[in-house]
Write a protein that binds this ligand. Structure first.
Ligand code: NAD
Length: 722
C-alpha cells in the first residue's frame, strides 16, 4: 500500500520503522479526520508485521511536532448530539491506544510544539524523547477552549507523571518546556535536535532488551497507585484553587479535575469512557463556543494586514523615535527595544527624560525567571537606546510616534515642527486617546504618512493597539503601522477616525451609566459586583480609580460633547476631582488606597460627597437590571460603530473589547455575546429602559438584525477605503 500523503515511512535499521508526520503545504501538523485515518491505515499495516522491534513517531517539520486537533473541523460538529461527541472521543481512544498495544516498542521523538491531541497521542506511546530546542513544548491547552483533553489525556497523563503533575498541566492549560517535561517524568531522554532520532533508536534497543515497557503497559491499564488521603488532599487543594481562579465562569478546569480524581481510581478502559462522557458535557457548550470564537478572532487578527488589498506592502520598521517620555512614551520605547528596534526617546524636559529612560531600562532589564533586574541585559539594550532632549535626532528613524501630553495645541506644534526633520519616507504617528487624528493632521505636509497608533496602558501588558486611519492616511501607512504593532507582539485593529476611536467610545456608555446608577442611589459595591458577575475583571467604579478621575473626566467630556444626544456626563466626577480625589494615583478616589497593601477600601467621605448628588431614595434595582443598564448601552453603541463603518467587521469590535478592556472571553466578545442572545431578544431587553434615553434605543442596524434574524458576525461590511 502506498504511503498516505501525511505520513512517510523509513527504516534507519531493518527492524525499526520511523513514521514521519508531515502535512503537505501546512506550517504545522494538525490531527484532522484525514490525518487520523492516515495514522490508522499506517498502523493497520505495521501491526501485521512480525519483523519490527520498534516504531518511532517523529515530525518532518522542525519546531512543529503536532499542534493539536483540527479546530475548524470541531466547528462543524459543535451543535451535534452528545452521543456524537462521545463517539469522537472513543474513536481517538481506540486509535491512540494502538500505540500502547502494538507488537513493538513505540517511541515519540518530539521536537517543537506538541500540544492538545498531539500530547495525547504521545502519551499513549511507550516512551518519549525530547529535543532540547527552545521551541519544544508539551501541553494540554484544551481548558483554554472550554473543553478538556478528550483523547485520553486525562487518563494517560496521571498514569505517566502522577496525578498532581497531570492536574497542574491539564487544569492550567499551560505548556511546559522539554526540561520541565523531563523533570516531571514525561521523557526518557532530552538531546539536541540532531541526536533525536539516534536517541529514539537507542531507547528501542534498550526496551527490546529490558522489556520494561511491557511492565509499564500492564501497570497503566490499572488504576493509579494513590492513597485516599492523598486523593482527598489533592482534590480539595486543586478544587479550591480552580474555583478561585475561574469564579465559576469557566467550567472546564473543574470538570477536568473531577474526571481525573475519579479516573485514577478506575482501570484505564473505564476511565477513558468516563472522560468521553464528561467531554460531551463541555463540547459545544456556550463557553466552549465563545472561547473558540476568541481563538478564531486571534487567528484572523494574525492574518489581517489592515487593508483589503494584498498589493500594498508594509515598509520595514527598524528604528523608532518616541517623543514624550511619560508613562506611555516609556512603555512604547521599552516594548520596541525588546523587539530589537533601534530606539530614540525624547522629551522637552530633562528630568522627565531621565525618569522615562530609567523606566525603559527597568523594564527591558527585568528577567522574568529570576524576577530581578539583569545588569547584562541593561547594558545590551542601552546600546540601542538613545535618550535626548534634542528631538532633531529623529532624522534617521523609520517611524516617529508622538506621546506628549494630551493637549491639541502642544501636539500640533510638535508634529508640524518635527515633520520637516523626518526622512521623506518615514511614518509619523500619534498616541492620542481623544483628539481626532484628522485635526492633528491639519498643517502636515504629508498627511498620507500620518496615522494614530494608540497603545493602551500599561503598554507592556495590553495586547490591543488601535491603528487610526484618517481620511488622508495611505494604505501603505496603515499596513506599516499594523505590521509594526504585530512585530511588537500586539493585536492591531484598524479604526477609522472618530471620537474615542473604538474602545474608549464603547467604554463611555458603560462608565457613564455606572455614574448614573450611583446618582439613582445604587451602592458602589452593587454596581461593581454586577459588572464582575458578568465577567469583567474589575467593576467600572474601581476602573475609574485606576484610570484616574481627572483623566476620565477629561475623556468623558470630549466624548459627551461628541454624542450629546446619548451621553451627558455626571456631576459626580467633577465633584470628586474638585475634592482632590484623583483615584489610585492620589491615594483617594471612589475608594481609599491608603492602607498598607494598597488595596481599595470603602471611604465614608465618598458617601458624604455623593449624598447631595443622589436622587434620594435607595434604589431597588436587581443585579440583573444593573447588568442590563451597564452593558446594553455599550452594545447599542457598538452597533452604531459598525453601522458607521468605523471598523471592518464585528470581529474587530470583539478584539477591541476583549484585549482592550478585559471583556470576558467566556462570552466570546461583545457582539458574539449579542449574537448568542439574539438581536430580537436584545431589542426586547432594551424596551423597559427606553424612557432613560436614546442610549437604550436600538440603532437602525440592531433593529434590522432583529427583524431579519441576522447576526452581527454575518455582516460583511467593508468600510475603509477599498
Ligand atoms: P505623561 O504626562 O506621563 O507624559 C507626557 C510627557 O510628554 C511628559 O514627560 C512631558 O514632559 C512630555 N512633553 C510635554 N510636552 C512636550 C513637548 N512639547 N515635547 C516633548 N515632550 C513633551 O502622559 P502619558 O500618560 O504618557 O500620555 C501621553 C499620551 O498618550 C497622551 O496623548 C495620552 O492621551 C496618551 N495615552 C495615555 C494613556 C494612559 O493611560 N496614560 C493611554 C493611552 C494613550
Amino acid at each position: 500500500m502506498a504511503d498516505s500523503p501525511t505520513f512517510r515511512r523509513s527504516f534507519p535499521e531493518p527492524d525499526i520503522v520511523v513514521l514521519t508526520i508531515d502535512m503537505p503545504n501546512k506550517g504545522a501538523n494538525v490531527l484532522s479526520g484525514a490525518v487520523l485515518d492516515g495514522l490508522s491505515s499506517e498502523l493497520d499495516e505495521l501491526e501485521g508485521r512480525q519483523d519490527l522491534a520498534g516504531l518511532i513517531l517523529i515530525s518532518g517539520k522542525p519546531g512543529q511536532f503536532i499542534a493539536g486537533a483540527d479546530l475548524r473541523e470541531f466547528l462543524t460538529s459543535l451543535a451535534g448530539p452528545k452521543e456524537k461527541t462521545v463517539e469522537m472521543c472513543r474513536r481517538g481512544h481506540r486509535l491512540f491506544a494502538r500505540m500502547s498495544t502494538a507488537p513493538f516498542v513505540t517511541v515519540a521523538a518530539i521536537d517543537g510544539i506538541c500540544v492538545g491531541g498531539g500530547a495525547e497521542l504521545v502519551s499513549f506511546c511507550d516512551r518519549r524523547v525530547f529535543s532540547d530546542h527552545p521551541s519544544t513544548q508539551l501541553g494540554f491547552p484544551e481548558v483554554k477552549l472550554g473543553i478538556y483533553p478528550g483523547w485520553g489525556g486525562t487518563v494517560r497523563a496521571p498514569r505517566i507523571v502522577g496525578l498532581s503533575n497531570a492536574v497542574e498541566m491539564i487544569t492550567s492549560g499551560e505548556s511546559i518546556s522539554a526540561t520541565e517535561a523531563m523533570a516531571m517524568g514525561w521523557g526518557s531522554d532530552c538531546v539536541p535536535r540532531e541526536r533525536l532520532l539516534a536517541s529514539a533508536i537507542a531507547i528501542v534497543r534498550d526496551e527490546q532488551k529490558s522489556k520494561a515497557y511491557l511492565a509499564d503497559r500492564r501497570r497503566r491499564q490499572g488504576p493509579v497507585d494513590i492513597t485516599e488521603t492523598e486523593l482527598g488532599f489533592l482534590g480539595a487543594a486543586a478544587s479550591g484553587y480552580i474555583q478561585q481562579q475561574t469564579k465559576g465562569q469557566y467550567p472546564a478546569p473543574l470538570a477536568a479535575l473531577e474526571t481525573m480524581l475519579q479516573g485514577v481510581q478506575l482501570d484505564s478502559a473505564a476511565a477513558l469512557e468516563l472522560e468521553a462522557q464528561g467531554m460531551a458535557e463541555l463540547f459545544g457548550s456556550p463557553v466552549n463556543q465563545a472561547l473558540l470564537n476568541v481563538f478564531f478572532l486571534t487567528d484572523a487578527n494574525k492574518k489581517d494586514r489592515g487593508i483589503a488589498s494584498d498589493a500594498v506592502k508594509p515598509k520595514e520598521i527598524r528604528s523608532v523615535t518616541v517623543i514624550g517620555a511619560g508613562i506611555m512614551g516609556a512603555g512604547i520605547a521599552a516594548t520596541s527595544l525588546k523587539r530589537d528596534l533601534q530606539v530614540v526617546l525624547s522629551d522637552s524636559r530633562a528630568d522627565a527624560l531621565e525618569r522615562g529612560e530609567q523606566l525603559v531600562l527597568d523594564e527591558v532589564s527585568f528577567n522574568r525567571e529570576t524576577k530581578r533586574k539583569d545588569a547584562d541585559r541593561a547594558i545590551q539594550y542601552s546600546a540601542r537606546l538613545t535618550a535626548t532632549t534634542v528631538a532633531e535626532i529623529l532624522a534617521s528613524s523609520d517611524l516617529v510616534i508622538e506621546a506628549v501630553i494630551e493637549k491639541e495645541e502642544v501636539k500640533r506644534e510638535v508634529l508640524t515642527r518635527l515633520e520637516p526633520l523626518m526622512r521623506p519616507d518615514a511614518i509619523l504617528a500619534t498616541n492620542t486617546s481623544t483628539i481626532p487624528v484628522t485635526r492633528l493632521a491639519k498643517g502636515l505636509k504629508s498627511p498620507d504618512r500620518f496615522c494614530g497608533i494608540h497603545f493602551f496602558n500599561p503598554v507592556r501588558k495590553m495586547k490591543l493597539v488601535e491603528v487610526i486611519r484618517g481620511p488622508a492616511t495611505s494604505d501603505e501607512t496603515v499596513v506599516t503601522a499594523v505590521q509594526y504593532a504585530k512585530n511588537l507582539g500586539k493585536m492591531p485593529v484598524v479604526v477609522l477616525d472618530g471620537p474615542g476611536f473604538l474602545v474608549n467610545r464603547l467604554l463611555l456608555p458603560y462608565m457613564d451609566e455606572a455614574l448614573k446608577l450611583l446618582e439613582e442611589g445604587v451602592p458602589i459595591e452593587a454596581v461593581d459586583k454586577a459588572a464582575k458577575r458578568f465577567g469583567m475583571p474589575m467593576g467600572p467604579i474601581e476602573l475609574y480609580d485606576m484610570v484616574g478621575l481627572d483623566t476620565a473626566l477629561y475623556a468623558g467630556n470630549v466624548l459627551c460633547a461628541a454624542f450629546p444626544d446619548r451621553f451627558s456626563g455626571s456631576r459626580i466626577l467633577p465633584a470628586l476631582v474638585e475634592a482632590g480625589r484623583m483615584g489610585q494615583k492620589s491615594g483617594r478616589g471612589f475608594f481609599s488606597h491608603q492602607n498598607k497593601k494598597g488595596r481599595a477600601a470603602p471611604d465614608p467621605e465618598v458617601a458624604k460627597l455623593l449624598d447631595p448628588l443622589r436622587a434620594g431614595a435607595k434604589s431597588s434595582l436587581s443585579n440583573e437590571q444593573i447588568t442590563d443598564r451597564l452593558f446594553l448601552p455599550m452594545l447599542v453603541e457598538a452597533a452604531r460603530v459598525l453601522e458607521e463603518g468605523l471598523v471592518r467587521h464585528a470581529r474587530d469590535v470583539d478584539i477591541g473589547m476583549i484585549f482592550g478592556t478585559g471583556f470576558p472571553p467566556f462570552r466570546g466578545g461583545l457582539l458574539f455575546w449579542a449574537d448568542t442572545v439574539g438581536a430580537a431578544k436584545i431589542v426586547e431587553m432594551l424596551k423597559p429602559y427606553a424612557a432613560l434615553g436614546k442610549r437604550f434605543i436600538p440603532s437602525e442596524l440592531l433593529t434590522e438584525l432583529a427583524r431579519d434574524q441576522q447576526k452581527f458576525y454575518d455582516l460583511n461590511r467593508r468600510t475603509t477605503k477599498p
